[in-house]
Design a protein around this ligand. Sequence first.
Ligand code: 9D3
Length: 253
Amino acid sequence: MHIEVVTLFPDMVRGAVDFGILGRAAERGLLQVGTEDPRAHTVNAHRTVDDRPYGGGPGMVLKAEPMLCAIRAAHARLPAGSPRICLSAQGELFSAAKARELAALPGFLLIAGRYEGIDERVMALGVDRDLSIGDYVLSGGELPALVVVDAVARLLPGVLGDERSSAEDSFAAGLLDWPHYTRPEVFEGLAVPQVLLSGDHADIRRWRLEQAVGRTWLRRPDLIVKEELTAEAVEALNEFLAARKVGEPVEGR
Ligand code: 9D3
């Protein structure tokens, strides 16, 4: 997978992708992340990348020429047909489904803006689609670009350890995580749930499913509505609710 990022802050992008799971994926040759700085495509002595908005108003706008030159330079390094994606608060909402879609490609280009935005002609000439990561205002597109890189890289074969990429926890797919514990057995008076010490793997699996579906019901009911629960998950949810005496048991399918 080859990803290029057009950014005025290449060090910010490098500083994130050179570490942890992404850094290891790069070392293993599974992921290549390049950057292109629009400032390298300026011609004047001040290396100006921004200018005042036509029509007036506060803030500055990223100039079309250096942005478009950077997009074309980075795009030329990618496999033919790689989509050019702008991170923008006006974009479609990024999601797990979109991450899977991007992970199936050989490469793509991410464009991160700054200031009030990018000259709209760059959108027409150098951008195929727009993505937003959510309804909150950020200072630029770099963190959203890194969110996309991270979410996509985790889906590439071999990037995660075998233990996590396996089907081991797929029974709780689409649900929130279950609670985790490690040593010591009692910490500041709080004990690890007995079932996790029992060594009974069927019981442990069932407890984890109950916790996952129960927490999802309480904290993110929207996910329950969206996801089709398995018969086992419905049973686990009813048991969770009965044990907690929260709400009424729900109808199974
Ligand atoms: C307060 C500034 N806004 C005036 C109407 C517009 C605005 C300009 C630039 C809002 C955000 C930004 C910078 N944000 C991004 O580039 C961005 C972003 C975001 O802010 N939220 C969620 N996803 C994304 S993707 C890129």
